[in-house]
Design a protein around this ligand. Structure first.
Ligand SMILES: Nc1ncnc2c1ncn2[C@@H]1O[C@H](COP(=O)(O)OP(=O)(O)OP(=O)(O)O)[C@@H](O)[C@H]1O
Length: 115
């Protein structure tokens, strides 16, 4: 049980570190708050909440992995290198794809309620 709580503590610590060091993570936090507020305001169904939760989790997952990859590359290879550029740009691409998917999902759910 102690190992389990330790693992959770480390995971939350990692999320906190990303929030402190990455402006993009803070933007995701604001966006997540806005999605939760909109979902409550428009009284989303269980299915709609499920889609929003998966889309939001995908963005957070991509952002945290992108940050971890960026930090790893900075540690392993602080100098400029074309491969490092490709690796970082691919990781950033993963965040972009997750964010586009989340915007489409949110649009499909909220636009019919607004218009
Ligand atoms: N060591 C490196 N070698 C080559 N290119 C690099 C290196 N570090 C960063 N880059 C490239 O420089 C550009 C800017 O990178 P930087 O990490 O500053 O900003 P970013 O991609 O907007 O990421 P974020 O905003 O998440 O920090 C990117 O195209 C990245 O791939």
């Amino acid at each position: 049980m102690n190992r389990l709580t330790g693992s959770f503590r480390n995971a939350f610590r990692g999320i906190g570190t990303a929030l402190r060091s990455e402006p993009n993570a803070r933007i995701h936090l604001v966006a997540t708050g806005a999605v939760i507020a909109a979902g409550a305001f428009f009284r989303c169904s269980a299915g709609e909440w499920a889609v929003l939760a998966v889309a939001t989790a995908a963005v957070w997952t991509a952002e945290l992995l992108n940050t971890a990859i960026e930090k790893s590359m900075d540690l392993l290879h602080p100098d400029q290198h074309p491969l490092v550029k490709n690796i970082k740009d691919m990781a950033a691409g993963a965040v972009l794809i997750a964010a586009i998917g989340a915007v489409i999902a949110a649009g499909c759910i909220f636009l019919p309620k607004i218009l």
